[in-house]
Design a protein around this ligand. Structure first.
Ligand SMILES: [Zn+2]
Length: 357
C-alpha cells in the first residue's frame, strides 16, 4: 500500500464507522416499525400482544419468536425477531418458494451485506467513501461494443465509470453504467430472461423511472447471478415486481425522467437515453435498500455492461482492464426489430433492437 493509499484509508476508517452506526440505527428503526405493523395486524382482541391462536400463520414460527414461552408474542419479541433479519411474514405477503418471510426468492435483510459491498454498490450514504465503489469494480475497463456488420444499433455516448462529478452537483461521482441515447418512445428491451425485483418512480433520484431485473444462471447461461438496471423511462413499465420477463421483451419507452444536473430541478434538456447498469455475484442473495429501492447483491460487484456480452469470464473489472486491446472490442449479440437475434440462440441481447441498414 503506498502512502497516498494509507492516507486515504486513515480518512476512510472514521467515515466507515459513522456509516455503520447509521446503518445499525436505521435497521433498528425499521425493525420497530415492522414489528408494530405485524402486532397491529394480528392482535385481534387488542390487548397489545399476539396470542398463539391469534397467530394465523405457521405455529412453529410463532413458537420460535415466543422467547419467554408464555404463549404470547410481545412487541419486544417481535422487534427482536425483526432486528435479527428473520422477520415473520405478514398475512398480505406470504412466503414464496421458501424465501425469507414476506420477501422475494433470494431477498435477504440488509444485515447480510458486508460493509464494503453495502457502501460500494449501494453508494447512497453520504458517508460512503468513493473508494468503496472503486473496490467493488466501478473503474473504467476500456471495453467497447462492436455491433454486427450490416446493422444499425444504438451506441454508447457516456461510458462506464467515467467521471460524473460535473453531473452530480460537484460531489465526486463515477458513472455506474452506460448510456445509449435514443428518440423518446424507443422501446427498451430486457437483455435476458429474468424476474423484476424493483420498480421505482424516482422523482427525487437521478435515475427517474427505472426497473431492476434479476437473472439466474439458467436465464443467462453465465455462472453467476446478474442484476440489470434500466433507467429514465418515459412511462413506467407495466410488468409487475415478481413478474417474469423474456429476453428481448419490450419493457417500456425511452425517456429522460429523473433529476438533471441541478439538484432539485427536473431536467427537460437532458437527451432521452437509457441508463443501463449491471451488478453480479456468485451468491443468489440480494438486499433492497428500502429508502431508494436500490438492489445490492450479497458480495455484489459492479460490472462494465459490455462484459455481460462477452459470454465468458472474466467479468471482474481488474482482469478486464488488463486484457489486451484487441480483446476489449466486444461483439454484441443483438435483437432485430423483427424479433430475430444475431447470433441465433443467444441468451443475452443489447437493450435496444438494431435495424438493417
Ligand atoms: Zn447513465
Amino acid at each position: 500500500m503506498d502512502i497516498k493509499y494509507s492516507y486515504a484509508f486513515s480518512l476512510l476508517v472514521p467515515a466507515l464507522l459513522a456509516s455503520l452506526l447509521l446503518l445499525v440505527q436505521s435497521t433498528r428503526a425499521e425493525a420497530q416499525d415492522r414489528a408494530a405493523i405485524v402486532l397491529g395486524k394480528n392482535d385481534a382482541d387488542g390487548d397489545g400482544r399476539i396470542a398463539r391462536d391469534e397467530w394465523k400463520q405457521n405455529k412453529s414460527q410463532f413458537d420460535a419468536m415466543d422467547l419467554n414461552k408464555d404463549g404470547y408474542l410481545s412487541l419486544d419479541e417481535l422487534r427482536a425477531r425483526f432486528a435479527s433479519g428473520k422477520g415473520p411474514s405478514s398475512p398480505a405477503n406470504p412466503p414464496v418458494d421458501g424465501a425469507a418471510a414476506g420477501r422475494m426468492p433470494g431477498e435477504v435483510g440488509r444485515g447480510a451485506l458486508d460493509d464494503e459491498t453495502f457502501c460500494g454498490v449501494g453508494r447512497f450514504l453520504k458517508e460512503c467513501p468513493v473508494e468503496s465503489s472503486f473496490q467493488r469494480g466501478l473503474v473504467e475497463t476500456g471495453l467497447r461494443p462492436r455491433f454486427p456488420d450490416g446493422l444499425r444499433c444504438r451506441d454508447i455516448d457516456e461510458h462506464y465509470a467515467i467521471d460524473y462529478t460535473g453531473n452530480r452537483g460537484g460531489k465526486e461521482s463515477y458513472h455506474g453504467g452506460i448510456d445509449m441515447p435514443a428518440p423518446f418512445g424507443t422501446p427498451i428491451l430486457a437483455v435476458a430472461a429474468g424476474t423484476v425485483v424493483t420498480k421505482t418512480v424516482g422523482e427525487n433520484s437521478w435515475r427517474g423511472k427505472e426497473i431492476i431485473i434479476r437473472h439466474s444462471p439458467e436465464d443467462t447461461g453465465l455462472p453467476m447471478w446478474i442484476y440489470t438496471q434500466y433507467a429514465h423511462f418515459d412511462a413506467m413499465p407495466a410488468v409487475e415486481v415478481g413478474g417474469r420477463v423474456k429476453m428481448g421483451q419490450e419493457l417500456g419507452p425511452t425517456g429522460n425522467s429523473g433529476q438533471g444536473k441541478t439538484p432539485g430541478v427536473q431536467s427537460n434538456k437532458r437527451r432521452p437515453a437509457i441508463h443501463f447498469a449491471v451488478w453480479y455475484s456468485t451468491q443468489p442473495q440480494y438486499a433492497i435498500a428500502s429508502n431508494q429501492l436500490k438492489v445490492i447483491p450479497v458480495d455484489g460487484w459492479w460490472m462494465d455492461p459490455n462484459a455481460l456480452y462477452r459470454g465468458k469470464p472474466p467479468f471482474d473489472t481488474a482482469t478486464l482492464k488488463a486484457l489486451p486491446e484487441a480483446e476489449k472490442k466486444v461483439s454484441i449479440p443483438v435483437m432485430l426489430e423483427d424479433g430475430t437475434t444475431e447470433p441465433a440462440g443467444t441468451k443475452v441481447v443489447w437493450p435496444y433492437a438494431c435495424e438493417k441498414r
